[in-house]
Design a protein around this ligand. Structure first.
Ligand SMILES: [Zn+2]
Ligand SMILES: [Zn+2]
Length: 809
């Protein structure tokens, strides 16, 4: 009988002892570096979402190993940051203790899933031997002028009591806890990721990322070409710069609006408007970006001042308006109400003109726009616009930009949505930023020989209401001699964000114990770039951009060998609760993977997670389906043991033919992230073997075990040993697809569904003679169930030796 709870721990122990999954730094075999995102151990154990990613990609690592690659599939812990700190605050136990405990528990979980990680390379971002190098990389960035301090408006989460990067604020809310964020100004460390905008964008052509991942990155970088127009302020020496991508509509401009944070917002108003402007600015900078963006009623205040639009010598009134965001463009806009909805809403409130300057095809109305429905944001024919009249938008755009540039009124320019990365947090549980403030010398970096700056033990590590870092209370640690002048100095008390340790961890796996450098260059050259990196969609714009930026910087310093760290990136969908809703404790729909391992075994969990649906899509948990998977493994056990007992050596031809097709399909499915059809393919093979048991020999069972090994490693290891084969199946050669089974054919059968061509299949004389066998083979080989929802049940029309047409209607 199939007893997963006996065989699984047994093999896990043996795998660990024999180190069969360890990557070799010296092997001549072709390398394959396969990576999954390391988790942050918070207190919650790892969930089924982790299991889905790790188990599916584990099948890739196992297949590659069997194909002869020198595979590195490492694992570690991203243990600094808010999840760990919040858990420690909740339990009242110091994070250094909870993190160690949680890592221990999570590691036991991961081992119980039978993952083929190379544990010799395990890393932990809170280990001083690790974060020494995180600090070291920060210092290189600082020395290169890419880390700087600035007084900036930051997003403040009142619940997490921390500042957040723009990327961590989703629709005005804290990405982690969902609270509405507030804005406030504070001196912060920033990393100049914007210096790499162009390369982060252009080098996407050099990598194989799934298309939606690429698009999200492109949009986040947000490159826009347009023109920055200079508007002289009337009766002043000041000039306002407004970036616009649609200068072809500029004859329709009727106002200028500045973000409340604009450099001139507080200074520009005339005496009569000063008080009102000041009041407005105070109120609006406290609002979150979401509050400022939503709502049709725009707010603003007139400054009493005007600029000159030199295109038509019109005066444009200057307003302060909070729908203009400081983080976008030049933080000032030129309002064209007839051709921008939000500008129209604003103009409507302040009774400003909405002159129509672009006509949609077929429209001849030259009058002002008077209601929202008439606002036209598209391209068309230019009207009411002096020398631009009758041009189409595209021509007009070039003509007006040339005109502005020639007259010195403006300049072609490119803007990006990407902002510099706010890199300091006023939190305890993070890497200390390795600088001091000296009374004489200002900012002084800690010398390399004194790294790491170890995080001091603090009893009270809670974040403070004032936003000051808890480290400012660590008196013994705080005051040091300046490394430069030996005078009095105070350490930086801010720590690095969650994203620091994960921005380079994949490099440390390559050389985890190196004391002299973050990783030896020769080893980096051997292993980089990462051949396949899988992770959550939620990390597409944060972690992925940050780590690409660090890698490119290290490349510029000649410390890593290539321009991009990840050759390929895929992403998995979320596992939802049985009710199709996001799993959460409060909804009571959380499936704990450990319970599943207890009830069904790890191989069932693994195959179920692969089987549950297309890898990139969300799936809902199904208890029936996991029972189905467990029954499948029972059947694998039964047929294999029966055939072994029978002592039958060789199988009939049609059996071997089917399994040969299965070899090819399994390989294609696993490498193509079609894990679900890989599993359903195995199920079809096993059903066929059971139905034709008397024709099945040990040769077929051996092949079955080999192609099952990537997905269900324990049962296949057990079977391999029952077959009397040498340990381990996971170090055995992936079976070669035998092309002879394709050549030994007599007929090419055309396959149709409802009369539409779906493919052809080669069949032997005996196969075409037996309709049941023929249909089974076609369903399996062309993946008909998955693709066309066709089964044995469907009516069919057969033209003997030529064609088969499945009817679904
Ligand atoms: Zn929060
Ligand atoms: Zn000094």
């Amino acid at each position: 009988m199939y007893l997963p709870h006996e065989i699984e721990p047994k093999w896990q122990k043996k795998w660990m002892e024999t180190g069969i999954y360890n990557a070799s730094d010296t092997s001549k075999a072709q390398k394959s570096y396969i990576l999954v995102e390391f988790p942050y151990p918070s207190g919650e154990r790892l969930h089924v979402g982790h299991a889905r990613s790790y188990c599916s990609i584990d099948a890739v690592a196992r297949l590659k190993r069997m194909q002869g690659f020198n595979v590195m599939y490492p694992f570690g812990w991203d243990a600094f940051g808010l999840p760990a700190e919040n858990y420690a605050i909740k339990t009242g136990i110091h994070p250094s203790i909870t993190v160690a405990e949680n890592i221990k528990k999570s590691k036991a979980q991961v081992i119980s899933w039978g993952l083929s990680f190379d544990w010799d390379r395990e890393i932990n971002t809170t280990d001083p031997n690790y974060y020494k190098w995180t600090q070291w990389i920060f210092l290189q960035l600082y020395n290169a002028g890419l880390a700087y301090r600035d007084e900036i408006a930051v997003n403040w989460c009142p619940s997490c009591k921390t500042n957040l990067a723009n990327e961590e604020v989703v629709a005005g809310k804290c990405e982690r806890c969902g609270h509405v964020t507030k804005r406030r100004t504070q001196k912060q460390w920033l990393l100049k990721i914007t210096a790499y905008s162009e390369r982060l964008l252009n080098d996407l052509t050099a990598v194989d990322y799934r298309n939606d991942i690429k698009i999200q990155q492109i949009n986040w970088i947000g490159r826009k070409e347009g023109v920055s127009i200079d508007y002289p302020v009337i009766d002043s020496d000041e000039v306002l710069k407004c970036f616009t991508t649609r200068p072809d509509t500029n004859f329709g401009a009727s106002f200028i609006a500045l973000a409340p944070e604009h450099r001139l917002a507080k200074l520009i108003s005339d005496v009569d408007h000063k008080v009102e402007v000041k009041k407005y600015i105070e109120i609006s900078i406290k609002k979150s970006e979401l509050e400022r963006q939503e709502g049709k009623i725009k707010t603003g205040v007139f400054t009493g001042r005007y600029v000159l639009n030199r295109l038509n010598n019109e005066k444009l009134p200057i307003y302060i308006a909070d729908y203009v965001l400081h983080s976008v463009g030049t933080s000032a806009i030129v309002g064209v109400p007839a051709h921008d909805i939000r500008d129209f809403e604003f103009a409507n409130k302040f009774k400003l003109n909405a002159k129509r300057v672009v006509l949609e095809k077929g429209n001849t109305d030259l009058n002002n726009v008077t209601n929202t429905d008439e606002v036209y944001e598209g391209e068309g024919t230019i009207v009411n616009s002096g020398f631009l009249n009758d041009l189409d938008s595209e021509q007009g755009l070039q003509v007006v930009i040339d005109f502005l540039e020639k007259n010195g009124f403006g300049k072609r320019s490119t803007t990006y949505h990407l902002r510099d990365w706010v890199f300091s947090r006023q939190h305890y549980w993070g890497e200390p930023i390795p600088v001091v403030y000296c009374e004489k010398c200002g900012i002084v970096t800690i010398p390399e020989k004194d790294l790491p700056v170890v995080l001091p033990y603090l009893e009270n590590y809670k974040p403070s209401e004032t936003g000051e870092s808890p480290l400012s209370k660590a008196e013994d640690w705080l005051y040091v001699k300046c490394p430069n002048c030996e005078g009095k100095a105070r350490r930086e008390t801010d720590t690095m964000p969650n994203w620091a340790g994960s921005s380079w961890y994949f490099l440390r796996y390559i050389d985890p114990n190196n004391d002299n450098t973050f990783a030896d260059f020769n080893k980096l050259q051997k292993w980089m770039p990462i051949d396949w990196y899988n992770g959550g969609m939620e990390h597409t714009t944060l972690h992925l951009l940050y780590s690409r930026f660090w890698y490119k910087f290290l490349f510029d310093k000649k410390l890593v060998p290539n321009i991009e760290p990840y050759a390929k990136r895929t992403s998995h969908g979320v596992v939802l609760g049985p009710n199709g809703k996001k799993m959460s404790k409060s909804k009571g729909n959380v499936i704990n993977p450990d319970d599943i391992v207890l009830s069904y075994g790890a191989d069932s969990l693994r195959l179920y997670l692969m089987f549950s649906g297309p890898f990139e899509l969300n799936v809902s948990w199904s208890n029936e389906a996991i029972m189905g998977v467990r029954r499948f493994l029972n059947r694998v056990w039964d047929i294999s043991t029966k055939v072994i007992e029978s002592g039958r050596i060789t199988s009939a031809d049609d059996i071997l033919r089917l399994i040969n097709v299965g070899i090819k399909r399994s390989e294609e499915d696993i490498l193509g992230t079609k894990f679900n059809t890989y599993v359903s393919g195995l199920m079809e093979i096993v059903n066929f073997l059971i139905e034709n048991e008397s024709k099945v020999g040990i040769d077929a069972i051996k092949l079955l075990v080999l192609i099952l090994a990537p997905g269900a490693p324990h049962i296949s290891e057990e079977m391999w040993s029952l077959l009397g084969e040498e340990y381990s199946v996971h170090r055995s050669k992936w079976p070669k697809y035998d092309i002879n089974y394709d050549l030994a054919t007599d007929f090419n059968i055309v396959v149709q569904v409802d009369g539409k061509f779906k493919g052809t299949i080669s069949c032997t004389n005996s196969e075409v003679g037996d309709e049941v066998t023929l249909v089974k083979k076609i369903l399996f080989a062309l993946n008909m169930r998955e693709k066309y929802n066709v089964s044995e049940e469907n009516r069919r029309i057969i033209v003997k030796n030529k064609l088969i047409n499945f009817i679904t209607r």
